[in-house]
Design a protein around this ligand. Sequence first.
Ligand SMILES: NC(=O)c1ccc[n+]([C@@H]2O[C@H](COP(=O)([O-])OP(=O)(O)OC[C@H]3O[C@@H](n4cnc5c(N)ncnc54)[C@H](O)[C@@H]3O)[C@@H](O)[C@H]2O)c1
Length: 322
Amino acid sequence: MVTREAAADEARGNGGDGDNGGGGNGGGFDFSGKTCVVTGAARGIGLAIARRFAAAAARVVVADVQPPPTPESSGDAGLVFHRADVSDETQVRGLFDFAVDKFGGVDILVNNAGVAVEARLEDTAVADWERVFAVNARGVFLCAKHALRAMNRRGGRRGAERGRAGAGQNRAAEKTAAIINIGSIEARAANPLHAAYAASKGAVHSFTRSVALEYGARGIRCNAVAPGWIDTPFNDAFIARQPDPRGMRAALRGLHPLGRTGAPDDIADVVLWLASDAARFVTGQVVVVDGGRTARLPLPGAEVAATVESPAAEPAATAAER
Ligand SMILES: NC(=O)c1ccc[n+]([C@@H]2O[C@H](COP(=O)([O-])OP(=O)(O)OC[C@H]3O[C@@H](n4cnc5c(N)ncnc54)[C@H](O)[C@@H]3O)[C@@H](O)[C@H]2O)c1
């Protein structure tokens, strides 16, 4: 299936799914029998995550304030949409009641819904600050709180099973559940005009560690993914505002040691790994997925000199002399 994002990546020179680890499939994971709730999944990173889980045989509830593209036009037959504003506890309770009624419980929660406000601090209205925190921080708390109730129905390890398992040796008894929160590299390094957003994502990273400590003994793991620049509608508006959008895209690519900005599937693949049994001993962590952008210490003039060309681009004689 050619996703909307893949087509957009092609247009942006990002290479699309072919460069990103095989889009449109489940990445080799099998989530059959698992129910997954992905918030903010009508588009962008959330939609890519939802599609990846569906391709890996999970039952997926897409929770958003707007509907995703219709199944008829997108081929997303495996996704079930439920309208919910993650900042509203009544709606969040309704979301998890819906998942329990339809699928009997919840095994995986991906807290992805997020919003940003771009303003100088002195121009940031209290209402804007509170809106960003309501979605990005309160929404993560509310969804985790109500997901835990739904996970307890079948996901988390129960006391009796824990006793039988004896220090976790009995894998069969070790039914696990996972919460994955989408944070941001902006919780680690700042962009201008983003104080509210950055602070809210810092809250997400801290919350992740607390949940991991509190629920690890019940077999519920909690991790965060901190994306770097990912090409989604979230960032398209920023690009469109620039006097030279093409130049801005090229400059952005240059910030990344991997030579490109991110695609939604780059995040989705890591989320699926964190939700899978392959990450069974990983909890309380923030996994940065940013193409190496934050690995660099800015040093004026040094970027070009430090770039190592691909061996394929070297003259044959040079390679043979080695
Ligand atoms: N795109 C990036 O470069 C980037 C980088 C770091 C972190 N992130 C984070 O990744 C997540 C997804 O970003 P994206 O780029 O796909 O954004 P996006 O704006 O393209 O999509 C966000 C989705 O969240 C939904 N949403 C907004 N408020 C909601 C609410 N109250 N309740 C339910 N749904 C709501 C929107 O309707 C939309 O479908 C966000 O948490 C964002 O902060 C994105």
